[in-house]
Ligand binder design. Structure first.
Ligand code: AQP
Length: 332
């Protein structure tokens, strides 16, 4: 039986990179797979990032992340939506996997190298992040994982861990595959400094629930084609992050108009940014309104998370029991 799993970190307000890169696919696959699709706010993962981890904020951000996913259209009564720390089997399976994963494989992970490079003291949890992620996925024997392209290497490692476990202890886990939104593999940050990322801070992100004037303030100063110095210079949309945003938010006519007019200096960068702002406003306004409604009824959100944890555990518990038997733990 085919099953979907994906996780999202409560490390800050979700942004349009999370939305187009992953959350939209959660909604699409959720409609297709129903209760065979599991989505998880991965609060244990959030602890691994000292820059983004704040004990005073973690619980609130976890709840906010659930609200965000429900606001974009994920229906907790149709899928299984829960919080990672509410299902302790994730940590237990993760430990078993640490014992079959070479440290060298973990040190080669690009995301580990990027994130650890910015830290004076690197927590062991950051190195183990992909092992916990493998446990998240394999605990449910999920074979389909909607993620952004930045997670490719982690999914490949998950496949290796599954192979290794199956080889050592007998066939237990499937080898999952990543599913991408091809139009949104790696959405650039509005500061022009690589991938849009929560942990890089608000200068990088356009938040799903960010007020429109704040989004406009960032867009207004966002870098465009560096070779287009004057308004009269022809531009190259292929190297402009505003054009990337047009492809996500604008209708086909606007995208084509911008493509043609930028190249022949028929449209200036400010007008081009105003045009993308129109698409962003149309897209995000209903999501933000739904978010407001959900925030007015947080008890329902908490109830949905409690129910989700029960449903997730009902799948996880027998899988973990099978693992305990296979690795040889004493039964009394
Ligand atoms: N810029 C992006 N473009 C496309 N997809 C993206 N994702 C994240 N950024 C982009 C995808 O969103 C999902 C959830 O991400 P996450 O919060 O679990 O962790 P992340 O990938 O590390 O996202 P951030 O925003 O960069 O968070 P921090 O800074 O906290 O690490 C994933 O499927 C991811 O691929």
């Amino acid at each position: 039986m085919s099953r979907v799993f994906s996780g999202i970190q409560p490390t800050g307000e979700p942004h349009i990179g999370n939305y187009f890169g992953a959350m939209q696919n959660y909604v699409k696959l959720g409609r297709e797979y129903g209760k065979q699709s599991l989505y998880c706010v991965v609060d244990l993962h959030a602890l691994t990032n000292p820059a983004a981890f704040d004990p005073a904020l973690l619980a609130q951000r976890t709840l906010d992340m659930a609200v965000a996913n429900f606001a974009v259209g994920l229906d907790p009564s149709q899928v299984i939506f829960f919080v990672q720390s509410h299902v302790p089997e994730h940590q237990e399976l993760s430990w078993v996997f640490t014992t079959i994963t070479p440290v060298g494989d973990l040190e080669r992970m690009t995301q580990y190298k990027d994130k650890s490079g910015q830290l004076e003291s690197v927590p062991a949890g950051l190195l183990m992040y992909p092992v916990l992620m493998a446990a998240d996925i394999l605990l449910y024997r999920a074979d389909t994982v909607p993620v952004g392209e930045d997670q490719t290497q982690h999914i490949e490692l998950t496949r290796e861990i599954a192979r290794k476990f199956n080889h050592s202890f007998g066939e237990t886990f499937p080898e999952p595959r990543a599913v991408y939104n091809k139009q949104a593999l790696r959405i650039p940050g509005v500061d022009g400094q690589g991938k849009m990322s929560k942990s890089k801070g608000e200068t990088s992100t356009l938040g799903l629930f960010e007020p429109m004037d704040s989004i406009w303030a960032k867009l207004r100063v966002a870098p465009t084609d560096p070779a287009r110095v004057r308004r009269t210079d022809p531009g190259n949309p292929d190297v402009c992050l505003i054009f990337d945003y047009h492809k996500l938010f604008s209708d086909l006519d606007t995208i084509q108009m911008v493509d043609v007019e930028c190249r022949r200096a028929g449209i200036g960068c400010v007008d081009c940014k105003k045009a993308v702002m129109t698409g962003i406003t149309a897209h995000l306004t209903p999501i933000q309104a739904r978010g407001e409604e959900l925030r007015d009824d947080l008890d329902s959100v908490r109830d949905a998370l409690a129910q989700g944890a029960r449903e997730a555990r009902a799948i996880a518990a027998p899988v973990m029991e099978e693992v305990r038997t296979k690795v040889g733990f004493l039964k009394l």
